[in-house]
Design a binder for this molecule. Structure first.
Ligand SMILES: [Zn+2]
Length: 185
């Protein structure tokens, strides 16, 4: 593809990409295809569409041994399209508890972490109708919570990789350029 500004042929590479567009700071895409203009300092990344990415990130998060942290609780709640009060209702906790988890004021307890993960599997993965996958994920979550759950460390402190192969969806998104805020339509 050519640079939208100077029309020079862009250089295409694959790199490990920190996927900040997800709203999380610790999610990486391996072999992310990027196009850069040798002249303009414009870089474009080929990113997954947000629905696909949300499912993939949810799949990854629910299988972590470390407890969920604020940003991941918030991510899963948004992926489930729930308001804080709605999630609180499902987990039978106070709405304030959900806010405190999301703000990292209070660490989520194991039971609610467990319930939140199961709910996310139903609502994020199950919504696309993959019943077998839902069952497998729930079984794996049970195994983790029974024996390997690490309440002392949070999942936000480790790098998680989604999509180990290049994704082919959507148009490239500009990730850095000399003009801040410039976007490509
Ligand atoms: Zn250019």
């Amino acid at each position: 593809m050519n640079c939208h500004r100077c029309n020079l042929e862009m250089v295409t590479t694959q790199e490990r990409y920190r996927y900040l567009e997800s709203g999380l700071t610790n999610i990486f895409i391996n072999q992310c295809v990027t196009h850069s203009c040798p002249k303009c300092n414009i870089r474009m990344a080929v990113l997954p569409d947000s629905e696909t990415a949300a499912r993939e990130i949810a799949r990854t998060l629910v299988l972590q041994k470390r407890r969920l942290d604020g940003q991941t609780v918030l991510f899963l709640r948004k992926a489930m399209r729930l308001k804080a009060a709605e999630l609180a209702g499902i987990l039978r906790v106070d709405r304030v508890s959900v806010s405190r988890w999301e703000n990292n004021q209070v660490a989520i307890d194991a039971i609610n972490d467990f319930r939140l993960r199961l709910t996310a599997v139903d609502r994020v993965i199950g919504s696309s109708g993959q019943k077998e996958e839902v069952d497998v994920l729930k079984m794996l979550i049970c195994v983790i919570m029974q024996g390997h759950y690490d309440s002392a460390n949070s999942v936000g402190n480790e790098e998680l990789t989604i999509f180990s192969a290049p994704c082919e969806t959507t148009a490239p998104t500009e990730i850095s350029g000399c003009m801040v805020g410039e976007t490509v339509s």
